[in-house]
Design a protein around this ligand. Sequence first.
Ligand code: PLP
Length: 464
Amino acid sequence: MLARFLVFAGRLHHMHEFTPDVESLAQEILDYSLIRLKDNPPLDGPKSVEELYSLVGETITAAGLGGSKALSIFKEVLAPACISTDHPRYLAFIPSAPTEAANLFDLVVGASALYGGSWLEGAGAVFAENQALRWISDLAGLPETSGGVFVQGGTIGNLSALVTARNYARTLHHSVARWVVACSGQAHSSIQSAADVMDIEILKVPTDINGIMQGSQLQSSVDEYEKAHPNNKVFAVVATAGTTNLGIIDDLHGVADFAQSRGMWFHVDGAYGLAALCSPDVRPKFSGIEKADSFIVDPHKWLFAPFDACALIYREPLRAKRAHLQHAEYLDTLNDDGEWNPSDYAIQLTRRARGLPLWFSLATHGTDAYADAMNKTMAVARAAADLIKAHPRLELLVEPNLSIVAFTRPGWSPSEYQQWSDKLLADQVGFVTPSAHEGLPILRFAIVNPWTQISDIEAILDTL
Ligand SMILES: *Cc1c(COP(=O)(O)O)cnc(C)c1O
C-alpha cells in the first residue's frame, strides 16, 4: 500500500511540480517561443497523415517521451507542417498578424490559470477585457450601456447574437411558424451554420451590382416573403461590414432604418472588416453601425491579436443575458450579485480570458498605433490593386474597399488556378488560394499583416 502511494506521489511530483527538469524545459520552450517571435516565420505547409506518421510515430505512450523529445518533435516535424498564418505572403482566407505584445501576453494568459467566465473568479481579467470591448464599442458609436464578451470566433459570435435576437423576438411575436433571418448572398457561411443550428430559415436578399445589400432591396424582399408566408417572421437582418471574399460593406444605414421600422434585430457581421473602425480615415464607411443591436469583430483577423478571439457586442446586453444565462444549483452563487459574468452573453460557460492579449497590446501601444498599422495594410492593398491593373495578364475585379484585393487571370480554368496556387506554396513563395465570384474562379489577397510589403505582392504577381 505504502509502495503504491510512493509511486503515485512520484508521478504527481513529476507532472505538477516545478523541478529542475521542468526549469530546463521551460527554458527550451521560452527559447523556441522567442525564436518564433523574433525571426521571420517560415511559410511551411501541410504533409499527409502517412508522412507525418512515418516521421513522428506514436507520441502518446504509457511512459511518456519526456518534454525535450516531445518539443523537438513539435519543432522539427509538426510545426513545419503548419502554414504560418503570420507570414507576410500568407494572403489566403484571412491571415493573422498578432503584435509581439499580444503574442507575448498569450504566454502569460496560458501560464496564469485565469478563469474568464465570471466576475467572482476573474474580476481583474474581465475588467481589462471589458475595457478593450469598450474601445471597440465606442468606435462603433454604441451607447455606454452596451457590452459584450470575447468568444472563440465569428461563427460562435454570430450564432450567439442570433440566438439572443430570436429570444427577444419571441417576447414580441407569438404563434410564429418559422423564424427567418435576412442576409445577402455574400453573407458569411457561419450565418447558414447558425440558421441550421437554430432550425430557422434564411431569406437571401439580392444585392445591387456592387454586391451591396441595400435597405430598399431588403424591404422589398421582406415584404414579398412575409406576404407569401404570413405565419413566418423575419426577426433579424444580418448586414456584413466587409465580406470575406471581396470586402464589401452592406448599406448599414438603409438596413438599420428598415430593421428599426419593423422592429427587426439589426446584427452586423464585421468579423473581418469592422477592425478598420480603428482608423479614423475609414470609419465613415461604416456609418450606420451605431444603430446595430449587436455586432461582431474578430481581433484574431485584422486587429492584430492571436487566435482565437471574436468581440461580440450588444446594444442591450440584458437581452443577451436573458437568452444565454445558464441556471444550475452550483452556478446560482455567481448570478445573485449583479456582477458582469462574461459567460452570460454567449453560448459558453467556461472561457479562457481570450481578450487579454488584445487588451495588453492596446494598453501597451495605444490606439493610434492600431490606426497606423491598419492604414499601412490598406495602402498596400491599394498599391496591389494598381499593380494588378497594370499587369498584362490580370484583371482587377473590384477596387479594394478595405484590404482585400480580388482579381482574375482571364483564360485560366479553375484547375489552372489551383495548380498555380499549389505551386506557389510548394515553392514557398506565398499562400494564395483560389476563390470564386458569381461562379467564376478568382484570386484574392487578404492583406492584414503590416509586414506585407508591396515587394511581397510583386513577387507573387511575377508568377502569374
Ligand atoms: C471569418 C468570418 C466569420 C467567421 O469567423 P470565425 O472566427 O472564423 O468563426 C464570420 N463572418 C465573416 C464576415 C468572416 O470574415
